[in-house]
Design a binder for this molecule. Structure first.
Ligand SMILES: [Zn+2]
Length: 288
């Protein structure tokens, strides 16, 4: 497999983004890999610290290592929203390809210090680091009664100058920006501040990531990719919802008890969502 940086650089140059799909169990990983295979798409499979704990971090990495063998396209792993230095150090030791340290709740200087230390450690092993300075609001779940505009208004949009300072001080490879994108899905899809995203993209030498991909309209995502620096788009909520809803439907009125007969339709439904996202991100039929 090519180096992670080359894979992302190729996406940036060709104008597509890799989906970063959260997987909290084996079936989700398999469904995501099947989608990657069907679309010949490079992608990222990621675990939050909660998902990694449930799955077993080493189990997750071993499963992905097994499944990626023999494919002509890259499947990367990411530690999503790493909450602290220790968790991220463990992720580096265990061998994720990418590690996201979310220091957005820390005082700025503290965030800079930890991110910089992690970048130095990660780069020695060829691992890339994603940083975050402005919290991306919302939980990865449906928020049917919440108005995206009022949630956006309570956040602090990423300032291009401050972002440039953070990147130059830390040497971070990817910056998770807040330009109106929210975790979860809302009554109305959030609108992005594309003008701001454009200023950030012009100012920063690093890659950008777009969290909260589930709640955004396809055309909004495509406009953001077109600006040119976004190479990673996170998708979690939509996978969680389709998994749960399909499982409920499969079990409803069924006498089936064999798990290997219960799960295939659930996995197929997840695979379908991942394939749709690959289509939106333009990452299909790419060797990475
Ligand atoms: Zn996120």
């Amino acid at each position: 497999m090519a180096e992670t940086k080359e894979i992302l650089e190729k996406a940036r140059q060709a104008g597509y983004a890799l989906g970063a799909f959260n997987a909290g169990n084996l079936e989700l990983v398999q469904a995501i890999v099947q989608a990657a295979q069907a679309r010949q798409a490079p992608l990222i499979i990621e675990t939050s610290s909660g998902e990694a704990e449930f799955f077993g971090q080493e189990n997750f990495l071993d499963v992905v290592a097994n499944l990626r063998q023999g494919h002509g396209f890259p499947i990367l792993t990411n530690f999503d929203h790493g909450p602290g230095l220790e968790e991220c150090q463990r992720a580096i030791e265990d061998g994720y390809n990418l590690v996201h340290f979310d220091g957005s709740k820390l005082p700025y200087e503290e965030n800079v210090k930890i991110t910089k230390a992690l970048v130095e450690e990660a780069h020695q092993k060829g691992i890339l680091v994603e940083g975050e300075i402005d919290k991306i609001l919302g939980k990865s779940e449906p928020h049917p009664n919440e108005d995206s505009e009022s949630v956006q208004a309570s956040g602090s949009y990423t300032d291009p100058e401050k972002a440039a300072d953070f990147v130059s001080q830390t040497g971070v490879d990817i910056l998770a920006v807040f330009v109106g994108n929210l975790h979860g899905t809302y009554r109305q899809p959030p609108k992005l501040d594309l003008e701001r995203l454009n200023l950030i993209a012009q100012k920063l030498p690093c890659f950008l990531s777009l969290h909260g991909g589930s709640g955004l309209l396809a055309e909004e995502i495509q406009k953001a990719i077109k600006i040119g620096q976004i190479v990673k788009i996170n998708i979690n909520t939509e996978l969680r919802v389709v998994y749960k809803e399909t499982l409920e439907n499969v079990l409803k009125g069924s006498e089936e008890v064999a798990i290997y007969k219960i799960m295939p339709p659930v996995m197929a439904a997840v695979q379908k969502v991942v394939e749709e996202k690959i289509q939106v991100f333009g990452s299909g039929q790419k060797e990475g």
